[in-house]
Design a binder for this molecule. Sequence first.
Ligand SMILES: *Cc1c(COP(=O)(O)O)cnc(C)c1O
Length: 459
Amino acid sequence: MTDTLSASSASLAPGSDTAPGSEIAQERRVVTEIPGPRSRELHERRLAVVSAGVGTTLPVYIDRAHGAIAVDVDGNHFIDLGGGIGVTTVGHTDDSVVEAVREQVGRLTHTLFTVTPYEPYVRVAELLVQHSPGDHAKKVVLVNSGAEALENAVKIARKHTGRNGVAVLDHGYHGRTNLTMAMNFKAAPFNTGFGPFAGDVHHAPSSYPYLDKLSGAEAAKRTIGYLEKRVGATDLACLVVEPIQGEGGFMVPAEGYLPALVEWCRANGIVFVADEVQCGVARTGAFYASEHFGIVPDLITTAKGIAGGMPLAGVVGRAEIMDSAHAGGLGGTFGGNPVACAAAVAVLEQIVSRDLLAEARRIEGVLKPALLELQKQHPVIGDVRGMGAMLAIEFTDPETGEPDAATVARVAAAAAEQGVLALTAGTYGNVIRFLPSLVISDALLIDAVGVLDAALSAS
Ligand SMILES: *Cc1c(COP(=O)(O)O)cnc(C)c1O
């Protein structure tokens, strides 16, 4: 253990010219209890100075990471099945991203794009236009976070339509700013006690095939019928939909649901916004998940996986809608920061040059059958779903049919103790979600599922 630790500090020495990450063995290795002594020490420091409102899923302090492995301050190697919630698309500390950031940080870190522009912002916009669905004219605005992208999409849709109403779906999640809190379905922990919230946001039933058993046409009729009665189509500026819901639990909507919503929006002058903050950027085996459903959104919000962990987000959409915002109406000091843009260019180029769309499908091909097999062994797994490298298992008590969040919490904790980082999700907290880097090996996936299997058998 001491050897591992001293080796790690040596590799982090300033001036070393190889990225410390590339020396990290791509294997699971638990060398202390979890959390280990150094993590526990750091956690004490943290508790003294970091707001209690900033929660901790697992108080294991990560020191470095590469590919699909994260190494903590005690030298434990974790298989990272969460990727910081689907952020590390190309893997942790991918060489080309590290190189792009290093180059850019020494060249230019800030001007403020709306004062004096720079090329990387323009390049990211070109790549987003190129890789988002539809061959119509498109334009882009870059910002810092997913929530900020949602805020901007709503501003643009309101300006374009001259209307105020914002429609969202049950089980959706859109962020932690005041407007996006109003757009979230689940109050706790995201919204509780933080109101009053932005007005004119309307929640409508969604498509959740595992629970509602509705066809796409039936679910769409219910959504549309509700919005027409409750709000009225002529008062709606936009409908904001995650093509595959993230926090809600990776619900893949029933066939025909999304196309019916898009058609209704078109017929009624409502801007259709696809919130692809979690499901976008190659995650599902398409550049944007909308493609799987044959829809072309008016606007797409994108963030999480776009810049290898550097803070960057954006809205890409129809040029005439994006241009309806007046000059000076969109922007912000750090939005489209040059270093974050350089990282995004590297990520987007890697997706193409390494065919990471195919890698996402490979992961589905390995992980989904393994999870279906797990379901056969453990009837508490009621559903296996998702697309590409965005897969989930939902836990339901086989006798009562009630959501089983307790087993999920127990399995996730047991997996962490064995060196597997697995994220939970779901309106009822009864979902384990898989968002691994697209470069994770088959062997690591199989090893991780084995750990979940053992955890389930023990419970
Ligand atoms: C994470 C997320 C957001 C919010 O993004 P932040 O960068 O955390 O502000 C919005 N929508 C979806 C679908 C998300 O998964």
